[in-house]
Design a protein. Sequence first.
Length: 98
Amino acid sequence: MDIGFSFDWIFIVMSLGCVFFLLQILLDYNRNREQIRKELQQIEEIRSRHDEEIKKFERLIEEATSKGALLDSELEKLEKKHKELEVALNTLDGNGKG
């Protein structure tokens, strides 16, 4: 009993199914391509805005660091001057008592 069923027919049916599936993917892609393009463009705009903000914050951090270093050096000078004045005051107090 030969019913005409062979692996050739299975292969042909499977190949046609794969081709149909590939065509379906391509059609879906073409339908959604414009929407995907818009979303990618929005993502790029958001990324560029964030890059600009990051650069702005980096500049602010650099400015704050440089101002902090300047203030630290000024503070060291004032502390040194304060110690000198304390020594001078103690010297004057010691001379006045003696």
